[in-house]
Design a protein around this ligand. Structure first.
Ligand SMILES: [Zn+2]
Ligand SMILES: [Zn+2]
Length: 425
């Protein structure tokens, strides 16, 4: 295998197909390393012969076939070439299934070149909560996708109320990962169940909290991410308490920022102070266009290892994300030693926590908060990038918020809120 400087590896398989193999299929096993985001396979031979291509994965799952027409195919969870499933490129022994359809001489040399592109930490932006005409939204899935792209989003979660029929035809595009979901919508509260076309068998309607948690546990066992939605909403608050089920995430910012979101952030902060760690996300809850109601208002930014759904949802579960009021907004990261926002770091004296902000404007107000409350407040004197370093003390966490003057005559408004970096004391 040869390694180049672009974070890719290249493997070359040279084989000879003999005349007597004509009319047969055979496997060519090859090893896929760990941490691969995308695998490209190119093959070449003299076109006086006909050699077909198909592929199976490390799980022995059939991934696809392309006959002999195409010399290049690729596999990636976010999008594969036509004719091949979009799946994770998991490590292990995969098989090229070679089909020796026509061999016109004693033997034909065939060269397969397999290129692995590795995952790397990338900042992607999206919306964790949007509706379509599959429930009470006004756009179809097909209409929503270009709308999300025009907001420069990298991912959206389609979360129609209490059904999953909208999930069946979902397909990613090159620049947009479309994550299947459902907004589980009961009279006692709403939760998003993300990542599966059909998270549970049967219907979603239950009447008691015991039944509710049984349903959510089942969906999570099946692999779904469970996020509690707008828990302090005036119309549809969460009424079943927080101690019988640990949600993977909490939607603290639902649509245009409101008093109920402020209450939710305050509730979340208090729980963090009690040592209860739960990552926050945002969701536009988009149904129809109106003032500031559009996909990406607010935007959830995710430090993900790839554009694939699995990595995106894992990054949300790990709190490697922050929320901004719209897609064009200041961005940030928190680091401490080799760790980032969402991670837990062992406390030691002398530890520094670094807050980096990009696209800050003059007059922006940055707050750094900990389990002791407000640690630092800075008004930015310039536009551009800003770095703030804090000498860590024995606090349970550090997190940050950014406020900006958006409307004349109104106080500065929340533009960005981060997840914490945690300290293990
Ligand atoms: Zn809802
Ligand atoms: Zn909703």
């Amino acid at each position: 295998m040869t390694i180049n400087s672009r974070g890719t590896d290249r493997l070359v398989l040279d084989i000879f197909i003999k005349k007597e193999q004509e009319g047969t299929y055979f496997n060519l096993p090859f090893e896929v390393p760990k941490n691969v985001d995308r695998m490209d396979i190119q093959y070449s031979y003299s076109r006086s012969h006909i050699v077909d291509l198909a592929l199976s994965s490390a799980n022995n799952e059939f991934i696809g076939a392309s006959g002999s027409d195409r010399e290049h195919i690729w596999i990636c969870e976010s999008l594969s070439s036509d004719g091949y499933k979009a799946v994770q490129v998991l490590p292990g022994t995969w098989n090229i299934i070679a089909g020796a359809y026509k061999i016109t001489s004693d033997e034909v040399p065939v060269r397969y070149e397999i290129t692995y592109t590795y995952k790397k930490r990338t900042l992607l932006k999206g919306d964790c909560h949007v509706h379509t005409t599959a429930s009470d939204g006004v756009l179809t899935v097909e209409e929503l996708i270009p709308t999300a792209k025009s907001s420069m989003l990298d991912f959206i979660c389609i979360t129609d109320h209490n059904n999953y029929t909208h999930n069946i035809p979902l397909r990613n595009t090159e620049s947009l990962t479309v994550i299947p979901g459902v907004e589980w919508t009961l009279y006692n509260g709403h939760a998003n169940i993300l990542g599966l076309e059909k998270p549970i068998d049967g219907q979603y309607f239950v009447n008691t909290s015991e039944e509710a948690y049984e349903l959510l546990n089942k969906a999570r066992q099946n692999g779904a991410l469970i996020s509690i939605n707008h828990p302090f909403d005036d119309g549809c608050p969460w009424k079943w308490g927080y101690d019988s089920f640990e949600f993977d995430c909490m939607e603290v910012w639902n649509g245009i920022f409101k008093h109920s979101d402020m209450k939710c952030i305050s509730f979340w902060h208090d729980r963090l102070c009690q040592g209860k760690r739960i990552p926050i996300i945002g969701g536009s809850d988009f149904h129809r266009f109106s003032n500031y109601a559009a996909p990406g208002f607010p935007t959830t930014w995710v430090y993900s290892m790839s554009r694939g759904q699995t990595d995106l949802l894992n990054a949300l579960r790990q709190g490697h994300c922050f929320v901004t009021y719209q897609p064009d907004a200041p961005i940030m990261d928190i680091t401490c030693n080799q760790s980032h926002m969402g991670d837990a770091v062992a406390y030691e004296p002398g530890l520094s926590v670094i807050f980096n902000y990009t696209s800050v404007k003059t007059g922006d107000i940055i707050k750094i908060l900990s389990s002791s409350g407000l640690e630092k407040e800075i008004t930015s004197a310039t536009s551009g990038n800003l770095t703030v370093e804090i000498k860590a003390e024995q606090k349970k966490f550090y997190r940050t918020e950014l406020y900006r003057n958006l409307l004349p005559g109104f106080p500065p408004m929340l533009c960005m809120i981060s997840n914490p970096i945690y300290l293990n004391l």
